[in-house]
Design a protein around this ligand. Structure first.
Ligand SMILES: *[C@@H]1O[C@H](CO)[C@@H](O)[C@H](O)[C@H]1NC(C)=O
Ligand SMILES: *[C@@H]1O[C@H](CO)[C@@H](O)[C@H](O)[C@H]1NC(C)=O
Ligand SMILES: *[C@@H]1O[C@H](CO)[C@@H](O)[C@H](O)[C@H]1NC(C)=O
Ligand SMILES: *[C@@H]1O[C@H](CO)[C@@H](O)[C@H](O)[C@H]1NC(C)=O
Ligand SMILES: *[C@@H]1O[C@H](CO)[C@@H](O)[C@H](O)[C@H]1NC(C)=O
Ligand SMILES: *[C@@H]1O[C@H](CO)[C@@H](O)[C@H](O)[C@H]1NC(C)=O
Ligand SMILES: *[C@@H]1O[C@H](CO)[C@@H](O)[C@H](O)[C@H]1NC(C)=O
Length: 560
């Protein structure tokens, strides 16, 4: 669940037994700050260094990991450090630090150094680094040639054609074998021996070890985490409740669902708000009309815009049935659109440029002209499927982290995963349920779990009150998840809501109100009233001349 603007669950048995007791004390190396690697960082004002930590906090004999760390210096009188994680998992903390210097200094009031790092399993500077299980993208695409990994799932919104159900289930055995083989390839890759030391509990201990080295043992630790970074946050505040300083987590991945269920069969339970956000997209487009949104014709209402998108999906679906190698399938559109909908700041570009490009490709393939777009469209592996990295091999860092953190293998089959997708498409998200979200669906077949996981409780008493932020409508980290964590933490968490759309309150849509609350808290410890609701800035047009408030006002009438 990286945040692009800042640049994307019944095994109760396990709850206590997997968390091993242990101290984080170890011989910490101080960080020697110097210039950053120019392949990752452009801003010359950042400092970088390395920090050694034990691979296994319970077994020093295993040796060390080496974390690449980056820092924005405080601009005012320095009061300490705020650690930052941008989510993903799998995003480079250092790269995102570099791209968001102004925002991070604003949120932290300029009175802290802002430190981020490439966690275990991420990037090419940290060891163990990026998890690569294929030699190249070509090897990966040949391995998955013709499968739903690359082609996506074909259906029309409720799997109401039994042939679509049968076609999907018919691939279960093949896909399960492929994913089991991917797991073995990852184990045999150079990363293989490190896989069990990658994961969020180790990353939490790494942050605490850095805080010990930079600020001293037993000092309060300040943290800002967004998206997946909130899982680090909710584990951190419960693993180290006595160390909590000023902590903001925004875009909350419900840690209870994650701790209790397999993410492969429960992924769609995170998508309860996304069809509402799709309604906001078509509503905003209709309000803008053809001058502001290419998908709208004069006089169109939201349902007319929706009908055009549904027609496009249907055309792509039909084309894929006629030509099994049609280059853009309805499944790929659904998956891509899911990641596009994270960022209302880019909806205008999406519904103007992106929509028109898709129309052109689909119409041309409907006319039997399938050859021209292989070069004009991104390979699906670039976003929705797996993250691509510079050497052109798909990265398995996101599943290496999610899966290592998730509950033990339950004997779940790919047919079970498919059945959860069919049910979720019918009763959770018609538009996005059938997207293919590899990094989650792999977890039932991932061969490794981390040596330490934190699976609760999530209701510890904290040394300081924290802020939990959420959009009212977030496609993947829902308000319900934020409310659940706030409820568990009781008096120790203040919930702040941005009345808008997109992934996380801090970058989903611009809100001075949210930024002021975050910076007043970080700077002065000022707590907002619990359940404060912020609005999106009025001068922000989602589409030309269309504000979030107008979309919200029209949303209740729409039933797509
Ligand atoms: C930031 O602080 C480090 C010391 O921690 C120093 O070496 C570096 O020069 C500072 N960077 C800037 C741009 O002032
Ligand atoms: C994928 O399979 C098709 C036929 O099934 C074949 O024509 C094509 O060359 C294959 N592509 C790769 C990259 O292996
Ligand atoms: C915004 O959308 C356009 C059109 O879909 C796309 O080409 C571009 O990459 C997007 N930009 C960002 C920052 O997501
Ligand atoms: C089919 O693709 C070719 C090659 O790009 C192009 O010249 C031709 O105009 C296309 N035909 C249609 C009907 O789109
Ligand atoms: C959707 O249907 C499945 C299977 O029938 C069920 O387990 C699940 O609870 C339902 N989810 C919602 C949100 O209704
Ligand atoms: C804030 O409100 C939520 C409900 O939205 C509640 O669960 C939580 O305990 C409240 N926190 C405080 C500090 O009262
Ligand atoms: C922090 O408090 C000081 C003194 O009251 C005030 O001047 C400043 O604006 C506050 N900072 C923020 C970010 O709210």
């Amino acid at each position: 669940m990286p945040v692009y603007g800042l640049s994307a669950i019944i095994a109760l048995v396990l709850i206590f037994s997997v968390v091993r007791a242990g101290s984080t004390r170890h011989a910490a190396s101080p960080i020697s700050w110097g210039p950053c690697d120019p392949s990752v960082v452009n801003d010359k004002s950042l400092s970088c260094g390395y920090f050694d930590v034990p691979l296994d906090y319970q077994d020093p004999s295993v040796g060390n990991a080496r974390l690449a760390v980056g820092k924005i210096n405080a601009t005012g009188e320095r009061r300490g450090t705020v650690f930052f994680n941008p989510g993903g998992p799998g995003e480079s903390g250092i790269a995102i630090l570099d791209q968001n210097v102004d925002l991070l200094l604003e949120v932290t009031g300029g009175v802290y150094d802002v430190v981020s790092w490439d966690p275990r399993g991420v990037g090419f500077l940290t060891t163990p680094g990026e998890v690569l299980c294929f030699d190249s993208l070509a090897e990966y695409t040949a391995f998955f040639n013709g499968t739903i990994e690359l082609r996506g799932i074909e259906e029309l919104g409720s799997f109401d054609n039994p042939a679509d159900v049968d076609a999907l289930l018919a691939q279960a055995e093949t896909m399960q074998q492929k994913y089991e083989e991917v797991g073995q390839r990852c184990l045999q890759s150079p990363s293989g021996k490190y896989l069990k030391y990658i994961g969020t509990a180790a990353t939490v201990r790494d942050m605490v070890a850095m805080a010990d080295a930079l600020e001293g043992p037993d000092t309060p630790i300040n943290y800002f985490g967004v998206s997946y970074g909130t899982l680090i946050g909710s584990w951190f505040v419960n693993m180290f409740p006595e160390r909590i300083g000023r902590v903001i987590i925004d875009g909350v991945l419900d840690p209870v669902i994650f701790a209790d269920y397999e993410i492969s069969t429960h992924f769609l339970h995170y998508l309860v708000s996304v069809d509402t956000i799709y309604k906001a997209l078509v509503t905003g487009c209709a309000l803008a009309g053809p001058a502001g949104c290419a998908a709208a014709s004069e006089g169109d209402g939201p349902l007319d815009v929706d009908a055009k998108i549904q027609a496009l999906l249907k055309t792509a679906y039909n084309a894929a049935h006629v030509n099994p190698s049609a280059p853009l399938t309805s499944g790929q559109i659904r998956t891509d659109l899911f990641f596009d909908i994270y960022s209302p700041t880019n909806w205008s570009a999406l519904m103007n440029e992106g929509y028109l490009a898709a129309v052109q490709i689909i119409n041309s393939e409907a006319q039997g002209n399938g050859s021209l777009q292989e070069r004009s469209i991104d390979l699906p592996s670039s976003r929705g499927f797996v993250k691509r990295v510079s050497n052109d091999s798909p990265s398995y860092s996101p599943p290496a982290i999610w899966c290592a953190d998730n509950v033990d293998l339950q004997g779940t089959t790919m047919a079970d995963v498919f059945r959860s997708i069919i049910a979720g498409t019918r009763n959770i998200s018609h538009i996005f349920g059938a997207g293919w979200y590899t990094q989650f669906y792999l977890c039932s077949f991932w061969p490794v779990r981390s040596v330490e996981r934190y699976q609760g409780p999530f209701e510890k008493t904290l040394a300081n009150k924290i802020i939990i932020g959420s959009n009212t409508y977030d496609p993947i980290t829902t308000l319900a998840g934020a409310q659940r964590l706030a409820g568990l933490l009781g008096d120790d968490a203040m919930l702040v809501q941005l009345n808008g759309f997109g992934h996380t309150a801090i970058v989903g849509e611009p809100s001075t109100c949210i930024r002021n609350i975050y910076s007043a808290y970080m700077t002065n410890g000022t707590l907002p009233a619990n359940n404060t609701v912020c609005e999106v800035d009025e001068d922000f047009g989602v589409f030309a001349g269309v504000t979030t408030a107008e979309i919200l006002a029209h949303l209740s009438n729409v039933n797509v």
